[in-house]
Design a binder for this molecule. Sequence first.
Ligand code: ATP
Ligand code: MG
Length: 254
Amino acid sequence: MSELLLDAQNLVKRYGSVEALRGASFQARAGEVTALIGDNGAGKSTLVKCLSGAEQPTSGSILLDGSEVVLDSPTTARRMGIETVYQDLAVAPELDPAANLFLGREIHRKGILGKLGMLDKKEMKRQAVEEFQRLGVTLQSTDVPIGSLSGGQRQSVAVARSVVWASKVVFMDEPTAALGVVQRERVLDVIKKVRDKGIAVVLISHNMPEVLSVADRIEVLRLGKRVARFTGADTKLEDLVAAMTGALVQEEAA
Ligand SMILES: Nc1ncnc2c1ncn2[C@@H]1O[C@H](COP(=O)(O)OP(=O)(O)OP(=O)(O)O)[C@@H](O)[C@H]1O
Ligand SMILES: [Mg+2]
């Protein structure tokens, strides 16, 4: 069994009177794809936000590599090796794809110019083009602001950015939702490559065939709680649907 990297226990998240998470637990292992599934509103995006520092859980604990961590911001999470592709894409629309790839981790010019904050745009561009090629991201031009790319292209850039920087965990909240058939296959290939590097990949998807084809494990959220867990290989679509709709509940001691 692979190493348990991320272990979230009993997370509660309240937004005023709305309880988005009601004691949700979640685990992800190194070198595996864990799919997080559930109906609309089940709490998947909220869970990802709590596990990537974008939101603070109201209560509960998060262990990374066996130690309890406080993810007080996305920057803290990224420093710990956790990258995220958010469902509501967090790219900077006015910047070009290379600048987006290096957002928050810009390469500075050598010497005094770098100390004065001058960026090495040429080097960032070169590395970005190399990474996009490696990951099969096709863009007609890398010189345009990302806001002028198609939704699918933006999503591909966001996926590329997350996998380039992730060292432990990468969350992908519906990374293929806006993609065409070819781009979707590419993203699934990227997911497998990243998993094979020993990173824990967490995939949120409503596409069950996709989940069954790529996931090593599947965790099901319903009404803010984990209700079932499956291993990818011997799971049937009916089981997943039953768990998502509440017909099947595997009680679990949290
Ligand atoms: N910022 C917020 N303020 C108030 N309520 C929120 C907020 N974010 C999420 N919620 C509520 O929490 C619940 C879970 O939402 P969440 O976005 O986590 O669901 P989801 O499983 O990602 O759904 P989907 O599959 O539609 O993306 C929903 O009832 C939602 O309305
Ligand atoms: Mg969501």
